[in-house]
Design a protein around this ligand. Structure first.
Ligand code: SF4
Length: 337
């Protein structure tokens, strides 16, 4: 199964708890009907095979299978990051002067229960890239100050090679200087990172890869191979981790994860406080938890393995880096944690 092509992985995605349990030879918990959930569950056989226990104490299970709390709270789904307000044209989210995010697709290899784009996914609020891209390119023509585009989703690498390359080359032709590609494929479907794809994308360097590992169990041999291919092809790789209660909200887990990432040539870039998305309440941690973890990580890890701890407050000041130390009258003041 791990030797399947990425297309087979996507085609054979699992959509029920029973299928996940059968795949892993686990007893299926009773009374866990996830079929009614608005943000549908699906997962590649590869990622599902990392589940060792069919309950929410298993980190991969918790990120994949809706919890009873999610089912209870999901009706309030909205756009807490107010991304719709920041869309000058459909598909483009512009919150900063010099850069913007392009949503190429809402499809993903596996659906993460903590997903920030839940509101868009539930509303299916994304047209095909063939419809949105021409208007986005027109907008960029009138706004040359935008030098950087983050091609995001969903997961843009769910698109076939020729389509993703057409999107990349269109932005390059438009004069975009820096491209970032946001993808969780190295985590949920590492077979997507083929030699062929790397070779073709290399022609459009520089492209920064932005991936999303949350737990050391995700750094498998297959994931390492995918990261190696990207790094060997010259793509710088940054990782964004979301701090999730019960999944990775302790220093030991994140220390292990960040060490593994650095060994595999991935820079731990951001540690995000989980966004306040209705339906994800069970993943939220107090700010103090993240600050305490960051303080302990600083004592254990070298600077290259330390991400910036970020809270996203779009309506106020955007991404706010948090630190446990500030200054007062030219003296360093450590916050009480
Ligand atoms: S891969 Fe990203 S966009 Fe897709 S469900 Fe996960 S967090 Fe959301």
């Amino acid at each position: 199964m791990k030797t399947d092509s990425w297309q087979q992985q996507l085609k054979n995605r699992l959509t029920t708890l029973q299928e996940i349990c059968e795949l892993n030879g686990l007893p299926c918990p009773q009374g866990s009907d996830v079929s009614q959930i608005s943000m549908r569950m699906f997962v590649t056989p590869y990622y599902a095979s990392l589940i060792e226990k069919a309950d929410h104490s298993d980190p991969i299970f918790a990120m994949t299978v809706p919890s009873p709390e999610e089912i209870k709270n999901e009706q309030n789904s909205c756009d807490p990051l107010e991304e719709e307000k920041f869309m000058p044209v459909p598909g483009l989210i512009r919150r900063y002067h010099d850069r913007a995010v392009y949503t190429a697709t809402l499809n993903c290899a596996s659906r993460c229960r903590h997903c920030t784009r839940r509101w868009q996914i539930i509303k299916n609020a994304c047209s095909s890239w063939r419809e949105t891209l021409p208007k986005v390119l027109d907008y960029l023509k009138d706004h040359p100050e935008i030098e950087e585009i983050i091609i995001s989703g969903g997961d843009p690498l769910t698109l076939p090679d020729d389509e993703i390359l057409e999107i990349i080359s269109s932005f390059k032709k438009q004069g975009v200087k820096i491209l970032r590609l946001g993808t969780r494929m190295p985590v949920t479907c590492p077979m997507r990172i083929t030699d062929d794809l790397c070779q073709k994308m290399k022609a459009f360097s520089p492209i920064w890869i932005q991936t999303h590992f949350n737990h050391p169990k995700e750094v498998t041999e297959e994931a390492k191979e995918a990261l190696g291919k990207l790094a060997d092809s010259g793509f710088p790789i940054n990782n964004q981790t979301v701090l999730l209660k019960g999944v990775n909200d302790n220093t030991e887990t994140l220390e292990k994860l960040f060490r593994l990432l650095v060994i595999n040539r991935v820079r731990p870039y951001y540690l995000f406080q989980c966004d306040k998305i209705p339906g994800t309440e069970h993943f939220w941690t107090p700010l103090e938890t993240g600050l305490k973890i960051m303080k302990e990580l600083r004592e254990r890890l070298s600077g290259i393995a330390i991400p910036t701890f970020i809270v996203d407050r779009p309506a106020l000041d955007g991404k706010v880096p948090l630190s446990y130390a500030t200054s007062k009258e030219n003296e360093i003041v450590f916050s009480e944690i």
